[in-house]
Design a protein around this ligand. Structure first.
Ligand code: SAH
Length: 281
């Protein structure tokens, strides 16, 4: 059983599935629509308990899942949605023990997903240019994780280079994951920072950004064929005979491009690089 303790981040969920987050402190109360519940009533209860407010309103008390936590945590920059975080971890193949470079940190949602995927033996290094975002992200990460000795944040501009190196200047990173406006300006740095077989992934909201990024990947000659895709996550309403997609969805977040660092030579002037669509004309 997971039991709520002082200092824990807990979500209360109402009958419509709306969530409210609070950090448990003895002596404090949580207020909702004129009703209250003392934090002391939550401390000692199990994750998943039904709890009652002062005038009888019932809510569920839950430890937030990582996706619920990222959606409710304070934001500076727009966070990546859980649907994208999930697919990023799989498509960039972020594994326990991996060394991952990330820029920028934004509100820290991607960082949290990466820290979970690399585990205690892995390392995450983030670059961020804005102090205000960095501070929000650091608080969000600390509240979720406590101490994170395997995480380092630098106030650095990723367009200027990735400085970490292994022994004798060898590439140090297994994965480079970018969520910033001009990832094409990081592609050659990523090629230098990644070990052979390492993976590059970037997320951008528009197609002109994708085109510049893929062009930079192809021009570098250091990556295998890249793949670009988007994810559409559509939830369904299932009640009695009303079984249909929900009316609303987030129809657009962004495009993900993935490429693998490989030995030079294979892709330069390779027939696959000519444009079959243009040749037909
Ligand atoms: N993935 C983050 C959101 C990132 S928003 C999350 O899930 O919370 C994009 C971030 O990139 C912003 O914080 C912005 O300040 C930062 N940024 C923009 N250009 C940068 C650069 N050249 N180097 C490092 N960070 C940069």
């Amino acid at each position: 059983m997971k039991i709520f303790q002082e200092g824990d981040r807990v979500h209360l969920m109402d009958h419509k599935g709306r969530q409210y987050s609070l950090t448990l402190k003895p002596g404090e109360t949580f207020q909702y629509s004129g009703e209250i519940i003392p934090h002391d009533e939550l401390i000692g209860k199990s994750d998943g308990s039904l709890v009652s407010f002062s005038r009888g309103k019932a809510m569920l008390a839950l430890y937030p899942t990582l996706s619920e936590y990222t959606l409710k945590m304070p934001r500076g920059a727009q966070v990546l949605y859980p649907k994208d975080l999930a697919i990023i971890c799989m498509w960039a193949d972020v594994y326990p023990g991996a060394r991952v470079f990330e820029a920028g940190i934004g509100s820290g949602a991607l960082t949290l997903a990466l820290l979970r995927a690399v585990g205690e033996r892995g390392q995450v290094v983030s670059y961020e240019i804005r102090d205000d975002f960095a501070n929000i992200a650091l608080k969000n990460i600390a509240r979720y994780h406590g101490a994170t000795p395997n995480f380092t944040l630098h106030k650095r501009d990723a367009y200027e280079g990735i400085l970490e190196e292994g022994q004798e200047g060898q590439p140090w990173f297994d994965r480079v994951i970018l969520d910033l406006p001009e990832p094409w300006r990081v592609v050659t740095h990523a090629a230098t920072a990644l070990r052979l077989g390492g993976m590059y992934l970037s997320f951008v909201p528009t197609i002109p950004q994708v085109m510049k990024t893929v062009e930079a990947i192809q021009d570098s000659g250091q990556f295998g064929e890249s793949e670009t895709f988007e994810t559409l996550y559509r939830t369904w309403n299932i009640k009695g005979r009303s079984v249909r997609p929900d009316h609303r969805m987030i129809a657009h977040s962004g495009f993900i491009t993935v490429a693998r660092k490989v030995e030079k030579g294979m892709w330069n002037n390779h027939p696959l690089h000519s444009d079959p669509d243009l040749e037909k004309e």
